[in-house]
Design a protein around this ligand. Structure first.
Ligand code: ADP
Ligand code: ZN
Ligand code: ZN
Length: 804
C-alpha cells in the first residue's frame, strides 16, 4: 500500500499554513513518522526544500495533479512529538503566525539546516551496523544514500545509532592572552645587564618577569597592562627572545557550573499560608485537573518554596515539571535554589547559554534525563513528556511575550499544554497582571493570596521624596538629601544598598522639572511622544501632533526638558558625593559579556561593594540578606509613556524593587524619588497595596475601554516607501471595518512611534473588541494573502503589550 505524507514546507517567500501532500517512497514506508523532517521538491522550479512531516495516511489525497515524491529524510526519529506538532498548529492560528515559524521556534537553533549532522554508533558494533559503518563510528548525514537511511531508521529504533549535531561553539573556545615567565629570577638579572640602558620597556619587562617567576598561574595581559606600561608588542618581543611564553587562556565558563554541585537543600517547614497553597496545587495535580492558580503573594512571602514543594509532589507521582522565570529573573540565585533541591534532574534553558549548551540541555530533556526544566520564555516549548505541573514566576513580566513571529505569550502556551497534560498551572506574582487578576476575580483562575512574609517581618517602610521641592534645595539632579543621608549611614554601618535608575521611557517624553507637568494629547489623555526626526510631539493613538514646548504650559518655567539620565552619569555623580563608597553598576553595558550578570551579583553577595546601582534588571528576584536600603532614583519616568499600561508597570516595578529590602533579620527601608508623589501608582505602591491598585486601575481601564475589558489586536503594515505602508494600512482598515460589529473600536491608522526602522516605514491600527466571530478568519486571510507581496509586510499581534 502506498503511503502519503502531509508536509509543512519552509518557503520564506510564500509562507503557508497548510500542509502539502507527498508520496512516501517505498523504501521509507512504515518508517517515516510525523515530526520528522524531510526534503521535498516544491514550486515551479521543483526546488528542493525542507519541511516537517505533520501527518501520514494510507488513503490517496484528493488532488488532481501528479503527486510529488519525498526526496530525502533528514531525521531518524521525530524532532517534534505529537503534542508539539498539535501545539504548533494551534499556535499558528492563535498568533497569526506560520506553522513553520512555530515549529522552528520549538527547536534549538543548532538543529536548523546550517549545522552539520552526524550519525553515531551507540555501543558495540553488530553485523548490521558494521555493514554501514565499516570501521568508522560516525557518518556524515549529508553523504547518506536513501538505502542507507532506511537501514539507519531501523537501527535507530533498536537504539543502536543516534544523530548528533556538530556544534562549533565559538563561545567555548573564546580565549584571552596571558604570559608565563620561562626563566629564573637570576637569569632575568643577567639578561638585564646586557640590554642597553635606553631600552626602557625591555628593562621594565625583565623586572616584571623576575618578580613573577614563582607565579603559579599564568598572568593575564589585562593584569600586565594594569600594573605596567607594557603593551602586547613588548610582550611579544619578550616571547621571541625566549623570556616568556605567550599563551591563550580559555575563559569560557558556564556561569551556573559551580551551582551544579551546590549542596542539596531540604524542604523548609511551610508557613500556614504556604502550606495551604501547596495543598491546593498538589491536590489539583493528583486529581489531574488543569486548574490555573494565581498565587498573589507579597514580596518575600516564600513563593519559591511553594514552587519547589509542588514540583516535588509532581515528581513523586512520576510526572515532570516546567518552571518559567522571566529572563532577568533567571538569576543564579534562582537557579541555585532549584538545582539545590533537585540536583542533576534539572535542566536550565536561558539566553545566556551558547547554542551548543542549549542543545545539550534540550537533549537531556528529550531523553528524559531531566525531569525539571527551568527556563525563560521559550522553555515553554521544552520537549518534556508527562508534565505534572507548570509554573510561571512573575507572571506579569513583559518578557513572556515574544515580539517577533510567532508573537506568543508564554502564559497562553502554558495553559494549552496544561490542558493537554491534565495538570495544574501556577501563576505567581506579588503584582499580578490585571488580566490574570481579573480572571481570578471571575473564578476562571483560583486565587491564592499570601499576605505575610515567610520571616514574619513587616514589609519595608517606603518614604516618598518629592523631587520638585528637592531641586530647589540642591544642584544635584539625581539625589535627594534624604537619600544621600541614608546611603551614607549604610556605608558607615557596613550595610548594603540597592539603587535603581528607571530607564523605561528614557528621553521619549518631556517633563517640567518645576511642576512635574507632562504634555498630553488633547483628545486621548495620554502623553505625547517626542519625535526627534520631525521635531514634534505626537499622539500614538489619534495622530495628533504639536510643536515641542519651549516653556511649561502649566507654570511657564523654562525647565521643561527631555526626561532621562544614564546609569554611568549617575554612578560618577554618586561616587563624587560618596567617595568612600564601593559601587557596582549593573546595566546593559556592564552585563553584555556572558556571565557578567552572575559575576556582579556574586561580588555584591560577597560584600565587595556597598551599593549596587542598576536599571530595572536589579528589581527582580534578588535575595540579599544585608540589603537594608533600596532607593529608586526616578519612579515616574514610565508614567510619562503614552501607554495604557504605564501605571501598572510603575506600580509593579516599585513593588518589586521595594521587596529587595529587609529580607532577613535586619529591617528594610525604601526611598522613592518622584516628581509625581500624588500619583495613585506611587501612593499605593508606597503602602504595598496591590488590591487597592487593582481596584483603581480596573476602574480606569473600564472608563478608557482598555484590556482586560477589551481584547486587542495590533495590525502593522510596513514598506520601504512611506506612502505604500500608509496605503496598505488604510486598505486593511477598509477590509476590517465592515466585518466588525458596532461594539468594536478601531484606533488609527497612525504611524508607529518609531515610524521608520531599518529603512522601513511602519503604520498601524488597533482593534479593540469583545466578541467578533468573523475577525479571526478575516485576519488569518489577510495574513496569508499579503505576505511578501510587493515588498509589503504585515504583522498581526494579538494582545500587544503596548500600542507604541
Ligand atoms: P518571594 O519569591 O515570594 O518574594 P522568596 O521565595 O524569595 O519570596 O522567599 C523569601 C525568603 O524567605 C527566602 O530567603 C526564603 O528562603 C525564605 N523562606 C521562604 N519560605 C520559608 C519558610 N517556610 N521558612 C523559613 N524561611 C522561608
Ligand atoms: Zn490623541
Ligand atoms: Zn511647569
Amino acid at each position: 500500500m502506498v503511503q502519503f505524507a502531509q508536509v509543512i514546507v519552509d518557503v520564506p517567500t510564500l509562507q503557508t499554513n497548510r500542509p502539502y501532500d507527498y508520496v512516501i517512497p517505498a523504501i521509507w514506508q512504515e518508517q517515516l513518522r510525523a515530526g520528522m523532517r524531510v526534503v521535498v521538491p516544491f514550486g515551479k522550479g521543483q526546488r528542493q526544500i525542507q519541511g516537517f512531516v505533520v501527518g501520514i495516511t494510507d488513503t490517496a489525497p484528493d488532488y488532481t495533479g501528479e503527486l510529488k515524491v519525498i526526496t530525502q529524510v533528514l531525521d531518524l526519529q521525530p524532532v517534534l512529538n505529537l503534542e508539539l506538532l498539535a501545539l504548533a498548529k494551534w499556535l499558528a492560528q492563535w498568533t497569526f503566525a506560520f506553522q513553520i515559524s512555530c515549529m522552528q521556534t520549538m527547536l534549538p537553533s543548532v538543529m536548523k539546516a546550517s549545522y552539520s549532522k552526524k550519525v553515531r554508533l551507540l555501543g558495540a558494533p553488530t553485523p548490521a551496523t558494521t555493514a554501514i559503518f565499516h570501521d568508522q563510528t560516525e557518518l556524515d548525514f549529508a553523504d547518506l544514500a536513501p538505502e542507507t537511511i532506511k537501514q539507519l531508521l531501523k537501527l535507530q529504533q533498536e537504539q543502536l545509532v543516534e544523530v548528533v549535531y556538530q556544534v562549533h561553539d565559538r563561545a567555548k573556545v573564546k580565549t584571552i592572552k596571558a604570559i608565563k615567565p620561562l626563566l629564573a629570577a637570576a637569569d632575568y638579572t643577567t639578561i638585564a645587564a646586557q640590554v642597553p640602558a635606553n631600552a626602557k620597556r625591555q628593562h621594565e619587562l625583565l623586572t616584571y618577569l623576575a618578580a613573577h617567576t614563582t607565579a603559579q598561574e599564568p598572568i593575564t595581559m589585562q593584569q600586565v597592562t594594569a600594573e605596567t606600561q607594557l603593551t602586547l608588542t613588548h610582550v611579544q618581543t619578550g616571547a621571541a627572545k625566549g623570556w616568556l611564553r605567550l599563551i591563550e587562556l580559555e575563559t569560557y565558563r558556564d556561569p551556573y557550573a559551580e551551582l551544579a554541585s551546590a549542596p542539596r537543600t531540604q524542604p523548609l517547614t511551610l508557613t500556614k499560608e504556604q502550606a495551604n497553597a501547596v495543598h491546593q496545587i498538589t491536590t489539583a495535580g493528583q486529581q489531574q485537573r488543569d486548574q490555573v492558580f494565581l498565587v498573589e503573594g507579597v514580596t518575600g512571602s516564600g513563593k519559591t518554596e511553594i514552587y519547589l514543594q509542588s514540583i516535588q509532589a509532581a515528581l513523586n507521582s512520576g510526572r515532570t515539571a516546567l518552571m518559567l522565570v522571566p529572563e532577568i529573573g533567571l538569576t543564579p540565585q534562582m537557579v541555585a535554589r532549584v538545582r539545590g533541591r533537585f540536583g542533576a534532574h534539572v535542566a536550565v534553558l536561558h539566553s545566556g547559554l551558547s547554542n551548543g549548551e542549549r542543545y545539550d540541555e534540550w537533549r537531556r530533556i528529550e531523553r528524559g534525563e531531566a525531569q525539571v526544566v527551568v527556563g525563560a520564555r521559550s522553555a515553554i516549548f521544552a520537549p518534556l513528556t508527562n508534565i505534572g505541573l507548570i509554573i510561571m514566576d512573575e507572571e506579569h513580566e513583559g518578557s513572556y511575550k515574544q515580539d517577533e513571529m510567532p508573537r506568543y505569550h508564554a502564559r497562553d502556551v502554558a495553559l494549552w499544554r496544561a490542558k493537554y497534560h491534565h495538570c495544574p498551572v501556577v501563576l505567581g506574582s506579588a503584582t499580578p497582571s490585571l488580566e490574570s487578576r481579573a480572571r481570578a476575580q471571575k473564578g476562571v483562575y483560583q486565587l491564592i493570596r499570601l499576605k505575610e512574609r515567610a520571616n514574619h517581618q513587616p514589609l519595608p517602610e517606603v518614604t516618598v521624596v518629592d523631587m520638585k521641592n528637592e531641586l530647589k534645595k540642591t544642584k544635584e539632579d539625581n539625589f535627594s538629601s534624604l537619600l544621600m543621608r541614608e546611603l551614607r549611614k549604610r556605608v558607615l554601618h557596613k550595610e548594603q544598598s540597592v539603587l535603581m535608575l528607571n530607564r523605561r521611557g528614557f528621553s521619549s517624553f518631556v517633563m517640567c522639572r518645576d511642576c512635574g507637568f507632562v504634555l498630553k494629547c488633547p483628545n486621548c489623555d495620554i502623553s505625547l511622544t517626542l519625535h526627534m526626526d520631525t521635531h514634534s510631539m505626537k499622539c500614538h493613538y489619534c495622530g495628533h501632533e504639536e510643536a515641542i514646548p519651549q516653556v511649561c504650559p502649566n507654570c511657564q518655567s523654562r525647565k521643561i526638558r527631555y526626561y532621562g539620565t544614564g546609569t554611568q552619569k549617575v554612578e560618577s555623580e554618586l561616587q563624587g558625593l560618596l567617595p568612600e563608597a564601593r559601587i557596582l553598576r549593573m546595566d546593559v553595558d556592564t552585563t553584555r559579556r556572558k556571565g557578567a550578570h552572575a559575576k556582579i551579583l556574586r561580588q555584591f553577595g560577597r560584600h565587595e561593594a556597598d551599593i549596587l546601582l542598576g536599571t530595572q534588571m536589579i528589581a527582580k528576584g534578588l535575595d540579599f540578606p544585608d540589603v537594608t536600603l533600596v532607593g529608586v532614583l526616578n519612579a515616574d519616568t514610565a508614567l510619562g509613556l503614552p501607554d495604557f499600561r504605564a501605571s501598572e508597570r510603575t506600580f509593579q516595578l516599585l513593588t518589586q524593587v521595594s521587596g529587595r529590602a529587609g529580607r532577613a533579620e535586619k529591617k528594610g527601608e525604601v526611598i522613592v524619588q518622584t516628581y509625581n508623589p500624588e500619583h495613585y501608582a506611587i501612593r499605593l505602591a508606597r503602602h504595598h497595596d496591590y488590591e487597592g491598585f487593582y481596584q483603581r486601575e480596573m476602574t480606569l481601564r473600564h472608563q478608557g475601554g482598555y484590556p482586560p475589558y477589551y481584547y486587542t489586536i495590533l495590525v502593522t503594515a510596513s514598506h520601504e516607501e512611506e506612502n505604500e505602508a500608509a496605503k496598505k494600512i488604510f486598505q486593511l482598515m477598509n477590509q476590517v471595518k465592515p466585518v466588525l460589529s458596532p461594539q468594536a473600536v478601531l484606533l488609527g491608522p497612525t504611524p508607529r512611534a518609531i515610524a521608520r526602522v531599518n529603512k522601513r516605514y511602519y503604520y498601524q491600527m488597533v482593534i479593540k473588541y469583545k466578541h467578533e466571530p468573523q475577525l479571526q478568519k478575516l485576519l488569518t486571510q489577510i495574513m496569508q494573502e499579503n505576505q511578501a507581496r510587493n515588498g509589503i509586510q504585515i504583522s498581526i499581534d494579538r494582545e500587544p503589550l503596548s500600542f507604541i
